[in-house]
Each structure stands twice: as C-alpha cells, then as structure tokens.
Design a protein around this ligand. Sequence first.
Ligand code: MG
Length: 130
Amino acid sequence: MKKAASEIKKSLLLARKNCPWEKGQTIEKRLKELKGEVEELAQAIEKNDLENMREEFGDVFWDLMAIGIIAEEKKLFSIKGALEEVNKKIRNRKPWIYGKEKITTIEEAEKRWHELKAIEKAKKGKKQAI
Ligand code: MG
C-alpha cells in the first residue's frame, strides 16, 4: 500500500509539472472532481458493484491526494501531517482498538468516543485560552 500511495503522489507531482490541465487545477476545482468521484463511489456501493467500487475508491483517493498536493504546494498543510493528525485522533478517541480499554458493545463504543472527543475539545479550548 505504501508503494502504491507513493506512486500516486509521484504521478500527481509529475502531472502538476507536465500536464496543462493539472497545472490549471486549484483546490476548489479539484473539490468539484472529488465530489463527482465520491458520488460515483456511492452509486457503486448502493448497487453493490464490487468491481466499480474498487475503481471509484481509487478515483476518490487520487482526487483527494491531488488536493493534498496543491495544499502542499501552497504550504497550507502537508499530507504527512494530515495523516499523522488523523492517526493521533483515532488513537486518542478509540483506545480500545489498541487494547488500552475494554469495550464490548456498539453503544459503549459510541459513548466512549463522544466522551473522549469532548475531553479532547475541552483541552484544546484551554490551550487556545492560554
Ligand atoms: Mg470515477
């Protein structure tokens, strides 16, 4: 997976350099493309069309990465930083998936997730207030 994701990034960087259409893309324009691909993925899921689902998942990932590449060019954020942040968020909000807490029901999982999210938000609020 790491190699495939890194090839996508490499191709998108080349496209930004060598493809007139890609050079003209902005985050806003790419968002429109991404929404279209998400809709195609939704249709494939609704139809339970597994082959198309795989293809559209790839298309969504491609357009999402394209937004990340433009964001990196504009120094808005890094893809790596965004991925590290979501990983940290999941580690903090779902400690039971790493064996740090014991959760046995869907209701417990939802309740605990909301509790941990609220604690996280309160901590962030305190940090911003300082
Ligand atoms: Mg598509």
